[in-house]
Design a protein around this ligand. Structure first.
Ligand code: IVH
Length: 693
């Protein structure tokens, strides 16, 4: 039932139930360090409560969880900056994805069709990754993955693991060695540990992964020491000398230096061999004694890994082949509508709780109204659901569509359930009707405003310590923070606010928060842009834009100039390699809308945007714009582009007067003509290679 159609009495009941549920979860999270549901599920519950309270403001209780601002619990560990970022992996879900991956690798490297490329295939352990640094053979520190760049310092906890050496054994290890791998708990240890936890009167952990996470997060390492954590080494970060020539030998060396390495690692020569090893591991899965969620494939030759490099967060030389999603059946008790940062109305099924793959699921996304209609999903239906890894569970199909007395088809409201403005389906970039219905009220809609603010302070955006989802909600509801600029005036207003007197806050946490905010008065161009939460301008695009324009002022001028979507500035934007049309349009629309201009302007009164750094001047092509055309013979187009970018050159798809080099291979046509007309320097592939050395 949507919020707007509830009676006061129904709303009251729902608010009470939700508040109770959230309070219980808060207690587990803050006091017992034992979160029971995922962050996403928790956030969904709070969103629902906020939507109800926004529609029925008279029903907001003084002790409602939405009225409480607690200090963010993490931050209790110090931070460690990874000297080499900790990457994640792209996923493959079927044989075709695996063949595509192998094909992509071969194409990128321009491998002769008669030659094979070796890959390793090994279990993907379902735990938490950690990076452990050794200097001259001694364990120096250890960190969690964090956002890939900065992790939490878990040195004391990692030292308690039995199979992590404090001093490396054997010989031949480099002076600096960062070993990376997975911290996990075996099935047998998990059972025994949960019995112990329950005997102590605490809630049992719901699966080994959560138990491992909870154990590693203990602030007191003597508690971690009692937990049966283990570590499998499978990768490395900074090393002062190469570990070997191949992935396989490098990991075997880690084994010789004192680490546990997985014995199911195998070298395979084709996608067929990879898939058959995957099937073998899948069959053996229940006997392994620890949780795995797929098989990881890696290019074996380390020199080829180096050439392949990575794209944004994942290497080109590896992929995770995930196991099929787990399924279960349950009943849809209700359908709620969530309103996201960009106004998207997402229908969410509230399910009778059911265990899928060891996790209790009580929500599933229904995506959009077309999807609901296609599957004819109605409240009260018995449905099959599926959950794969950390992905939000999905409803696959209705199991009892022919039963009697079924409820009426579910209709998505045409008004935003939070602010009641019109919610419409616009056109997507291709001129087709968008499947998503969006609230048209922009930042004036409380749901959109709150979601934008949450995004603004999120980890990859402003990342303000002590300012998380809950704090944003608290400040928003008290009307203290309504737009990003307000965050930066909190301290100056504290005589009135008296944050230190609020429940859950004290003098120290208030001071810490203000200090953390002050620290962010200077922010990098890419973070600033990402933080604005512009549709289609994610982390990758923000990075591309910052790298292209370097100066934030220049960027803003160019976006203004691009407003008519024609002319020099617009075409320059379109020519940025990797930026799609959707992002370009959305960026220009967003930053030319008066209400957004005002928000950005207000914010800029309090923060300074640091221009992006010009690429290192070591390379003669740094900062130059290059276009590739025609057939390249020595390298694939992708590798040539990636190499140019790694040297700080900008790769563009079209020739203009801003182009510095046109690299033209055989068969070059219109681009070559245009370049010649404009007097752009034209070089052959060999000349280009000589130029970049
Ligand atoms: S390799 C640059 N190998 O899976 C490549 N990762 O979904 C780094 N994981 O963040 C990862 N088992 O935490 C690799 N055998 C394995 C793995 C593995 C588990 C985790 C790791 C990574 C995540 C990506």
């Amino acid at each position: 039932m949507s919020v707007e159609s509830l009676t006061q009495a129904q709303a009251k009941m729902k608010i009470n139930m939700l508040s109770m549920e959230i309070r219980a979860l808060d207690e587990l999270y803050y006091k017992d360090d034992a979160p029971k549901v995922s962050d996403a599920e928790y956030d969904a519950l709070r969103q629902r409560l906020i939507a109800l309270e926004t529609a029925f403001p008279k029903l907001i209780a003084k002790n409602s969880p939405t009225q409480k601002v607690g200090a963010k619990p993490s931050g209790k560990f110090g931070k460690i900056t990874h000297s080499v970022p900790m990457l994640s992996l792209d996923n493959a879900f079927n044989g075709e994805d695996v063949r595509d991956f192998v094909g992509r690798v071969r194409k990128f490297l321009n491998i002769d069709p008669n030659k094979s490329v070796d890959f390793t295939a090994e279990p993907k352990i379902d735990g938490l990754s950690a990076s452990i640094r050794y200097e001259n053979g001694k364990l120096i520190h250890a960190a969690t993955r964090g956002d890939g760049r900065i992790g939490e310092d878990i040195t004391a906890n990692i030292r308690t693991l039995n199979n992590v050496p404090h001093v490396l054994t054997g010989t031949g290890w480099p002076d600096i060695l960062e070993v990376r791998g997975e911290v996990y708990i075996s099935h047998a240890d998990f059972e025994a540990m949960n019995k112990q936890v329950e005997a102590e009167g605490k809630d049992a952990y719901k699966n080994p992964r959560n138990a491992a996470a909870g154990s590693l997060r203990q602030i007191d390492p003597s508690i971690t020491a009692k937990r049966p954590l283990k570590f499998y080494a499978y990768a490395w970060g900074e090393v002062s000398a190469p570990l070997a020539d191949t992935q396989y030998e490098a990991v075997q060396n880690l084994g010789a230096w004192g680490f546990s390495v997985n014995s199911l690692t195998k070298i395979c020569k084709s996608s067929g061999e990879l898939i058959s090893h995957y099937e073998g591991i899948d069959t053996a899965r229940s006997e392994l004694g620890y949780d795995i969620d797929g098989v990881v494939y890696k290019v074996n030759d380390l020199a080829l890994q180096e050439r392949l490099g990575f794209v944004s967060r994942a290497p080109r030389w590896a992929i995770a082949h995930k196991f099929a999603a787990e399924k279960a059946s349950t009943t849809i008790e209700d359908i709620d509508i969530q309103v996201g940062r960009t106004g998207a109305l997402t229908p969410v099924a509230r399910l009778a709780p059911v265990t899928v793959g060891g996790v209790v699921v009580s929500n599933a996304t229904l995506h959009n109204e077309d999807e609901i209609r296609r599957k004819d999903i109605r409240i009260g239906d018995r449905v099959e659901i599926q959950r794969a890894g950390d992905v939000i569970p999905q409803v696959l199909r209705v199991l009892d569509a022919d039963r009697e007395g079924r409820s009426a088809p579910f209709i998505l409201p045409k008004k935003c359930p939070v602010c009641h403005a019109d919610a419409v389906r616009g056109m997507d970039e291709k001129g087709k009707e968008d499947v998503i219905r969006r609230c048209t009220n922009g930042i004036a809609c409380p749901a959109q405003a709150i979601e934008s603010l949450k995004h603004f302070v999120s980890r990859r955006a402003y990342d303000i310590d002590g300012m998380g989802v809950k704090q944003i909600e608290g400040f928003y509801e008290r009307e203290l923070v309504r737009e990003p600029a307000d965050i930066f005036t909190l301290e100056a207003r504290n005589d009135e606010i008296q944050l230190e007197k609020w429940e859950g806050w004290g003098a120290l946490s208030a001071t810490n928060l203000f200090a953390a905010i002050t620290e962010r008065r200077e922010i990098s161009f890419q973070r600033f842009l990402y933080a604005l939460g512009i549709r289609h301008v994610g982390h990758g695009n923000a990075n591309l834009l910052a790298k292209h324009y370097l100066s934030f002022d220049k960027f803003i001028r160019a976006i203004k100039g691009a407003a008519p979507k024609i002319g020099e500035d617009w075409f320059e934007l379109l020519s940025i390699d990797g930026m799609g049309e959707a992002a370009t349009g959305s960026l220009v629309d967003f930053l030319n809308m008066p209400q957004n201009v005002k928000i950005v302007r207000n914010l800029l009164e309090h923060v300074t945007v640091i221009d992006a750094e010009a690429p290192s001047a070591d390379s003669v092509v740094a900062g130059k714009t290059v276009v590739f055309t025609g057939k390249l013979e020595l390298f694939s187009r992708d590798e040539a582009k990636a190499k140019a970018q790694s040297l700080g050159a900008k790769v563009s798809g079209s020739v203009s007067k801003n182009t510095d080099y046109l690299v033209a291979g055989p068969g070059a046509g219109s681009k070559l003509k245009k370049a010649e007309g404009l007097g752009v320097k034209v070089v052959t592939e060999a000349e280009w290679l000589a130029l970049i050395g």
